[in-house]
Design a protein around this ligand. Sequence first.
Ligand SMILES: NC(=O)c1ccc[n+]([C@@H]2O[C@H](COP(=O)([O-])OP(=O)(O)OC[C@H]3O[C@@H](n4cnc5c(N)ncnc54)[C@H](OP(=O)(O)O)[C@@H]3O)[C@@H](O)[C@H]2O)c1
Length: 402
Amino acid sequence: MREWLFDVFRERPWWMSATMIFCAFMAFIYVPWDIFIKPVERDQEVWFGILFTGIWAKLLAFPHWFVYSAAIYGFRRRRPWMAFWVPAYTAQVAFGIYLWTAIETGGFSGIIVGLFPAIPFMGLTYAFWNNREYFDPKPFSFTARFGEWALVTGASSGIGASLAREIAADGTKVILTARREDRLSALATEIERDFEVETRIVVADLAEPEGSKQVLEAVADLEIGLLVNNAGRGYAGRFDLLDGETLRRQLVLNCETPLVLTHALVQGMRERGRGGILFTGSLAGRLPLPLHSVYSATKAFDRFLGEALWAELRASNIDVVVLEPGSTETEFQEAAGEIAHSGHDPAEVACRGLRALGEQPSVVTGWANWIMVNAASRLLTRPILALIAHTRMAKQTPEDLH
Ligand SMILES: NC(=O)c1ccc[n+]([C@@H]2O[C@H](COP(=O)([O-])OP(=O)(O)OC[C@H]3O[C@@H](n4cnc5c(N)ncnc54)[C@H](OP(=O)(O)O)[C@@H]3O)[C@@H](O)[C@H]2O)c1
């Protein structure tokens, strides 16, 4: 409870938090009472200084409900649209109250008397306008937010290489790890030349339990502020036709390694009071995928681990996000033995994931993917989804592996 309260009220000035509590009172108690319990004949609503009564007042309570609910969300999530929207709304209230009181009082004294109830709202409008940068989008500066060094697994190609480039472009030093040393060296040279940041490469096989130990030893002298658990593999084909040892290694790479690295590095992040962790999950983690069964199970593990840590670590100022790409044009398809199909650009996918850090627990890339997984998981049962996915995956899997 203490941690939750800290999380809800951290960073915001007290008067903004007080306004948020007022909005919560209006959204959860007053307006529902106003709409559902208060008799229509007693209903009154004021908008822009105009008094509405009866059924009009009842109907206009709904936009009020929306306004207060949106405000709670905006305060809590620090949405950029609040910067203009809140002062505009409080100015509207100040104007409405002034007009209303001035007309009610009447005459010259009304012009003066109307000011008194309007002054607190004018003050609030001034305060919100003066503090509007509070709602600015979080800076993309990883070094400022997390620390000097980032560790990226699976950095030798695809999404991992793009993530490393994007992080380095921001000025953060990067540790690049994977098995192919030549690829890592080429990327390190490119990053040092283009962004003038320090890099370190660690060659390790993360599909073996010793791999993560090796990486942790190689970075023991550095403070890792941002951990990117990206290395991963999938293998297309019927479960019983795939090699058992390959599936075991896939489990270590996709699940055990992120778990071990995260557990080891989160300790330092907690002590320093800041940090970031990105898991590269997959759309495959959202639904059971026949002909990619172990892969979808491992990505569901990553998703659950990441989303749970997002909630657990928020109050410690550690941002966690699960990046959930759909098909992306990397070496993944070939390595997985899939029939080639089109996909997103890995650089765009990487950028989307990094921007979601500190904003949300998980992010699906591409609006069509987002609609597809959300609609499918809400409208269909999991067994039906699995049957549909089977037909779709069969088109991406060579026939001899069905
Ligand atoms: N491409 C897609 O359609 C797609 C969709 C959803 C999610 N994803 C996820 O995105 C992540 C990155 O994949 P990608 O698409 O960028 O594919 P990729 O280009 O094949 O990259 C995979 C990376 O993982 C590394 N890796 C593989 N096996 C490893 C091992 N045993 N030890 C250490 N590193 C290893 C590879 O490096 P080395 O081979 O040099 O070791 C490579 O850097 C994966 O977690 C994948 O599941 C991909």
